[in-house]
Write a protein that binds this ligand. Structure first.
Ligand SMILES: Nc1ncnc2c1ncn2[C@@H]1O[C@H](COP(=O)(O)OP(=O)(O)OP(=O)(O)O)[C@@H](O)[C@H]1O
Ligand SMILES: [Mg+2]
Length: 237
């Protein structure tokens, strides 16, 4: 059974159809990339998966269970967590308190401690800065905290919206390595939304290109890296 099945999903903002009947699958244990230019509907797709915007039609199924009408909080308990575009940290709270925000659905203190230990192992910089205010961190460090906060919910399917946006190349490499480790070592399924198509296609088992709310290309990451259309549209030729 796939981790996630999206069928004919359509999302409107008033008259604007931001997502137009898209269908895709995330197999268990896979990294799936969603690439596409500004306004293609990538973030809207993730928000609809998370229950933060309501689709006007279509279904979202996770491990066979229909979540289309479930509120966001209950999707978290089903194993979905989102690290949103722009990070959205509480800048005047400490790093640790930001992480704990992500754990509000977790009842066991032991599990919270275990998650913190895992995140600190994944991002040693986050541990070093845990008592600092989140707003005092670099963009890259804040991104690590945002991913950590999503991980605190102990997701089975992690949704990452633009984790590389506006971040120094060295830190992008650290974040990419962390994404690979989560997938390989923890078996986590991941949807990776990126404008950095080269990075996303290198990391992804499977990828979809979105344009104007529609899927215009689908295939294995390494196949799309060499696809003439994808090269021209997203990889600079
Ligand atoms: N809350 C909103 N109200 C109205 N229109 C919106 C809203 N959010 C997004 N849109 C519009 O929906 C379309 C898709 O936006 P979305 O944010 O999903 O794109 P994206 O692929 O994530 O783009 P980017 O790469 O810039 O993050 C765009 O035309 C955008 O202007
Ligand atoms: Mg976006």
């Amino acid at each position: 059974m796939p981790m996630l099945e999206v069928d004919q999903l359509t999302v409107r903002y008033g008259a604007l159809e931001a997502v137009r009947g898209i269908s895709f699958v995330v197999e268990t244990g896979q990294i799936v990339a969603l690439i596409g230019s500004n306004g293609a509907g990538k973030s809207t797709t993730l928000k609809a998966l998370m229950g933060l915007v309501q689709p006007c039609s279509g279904t979202v199924r996770m491990q066979g269970q229909d979540l289309t009408r479930e509120p966001a909080a209950s999707r978290v308990t089903h194993g979905l967590a989102l690290s949103p575009e722009g990070r959205r940290l509480f800048s005047r709270m400490t790093v640790l308190d930001n992480l704990l925000v992500g754990a509000h659905s977790v009842r066991s203190r032991l599990q919270v401690e275990a998650s913190l230990a895992e995140i600190y192992a994944l991002f040693p910089r986050v541990q070093e800065r845990r008592t600092q205010l989140a707003g005092s961190l670099s963009g890259g460090e804040q991104q690590m905290v945002a991913i950590g906060r999503a991980l605190m919910a102990r997701p089975r399917l992690l949704l990452l919206d633009e984790p590389s946006l506006g971040i120094a190349p060295k830190i992008v490499a650290e974040i990419a390595a962390a994404i690979e480790r989560l997938n390989r070592d923890a078996g986590m399924s991941i949807i990776l939304v990126e404008q950095n198509a080269r990075l996303a296609l290198k990391l992804a088992h499977h990828a979809y290109a979105l344009e104007h709310g529609e899927i215009v290309r689908a295939g294995k990451g390494d196949v799309l890296l060499n696809d003439p259309f994808v090269r021209k549209a997203y990889l600079g030729g």
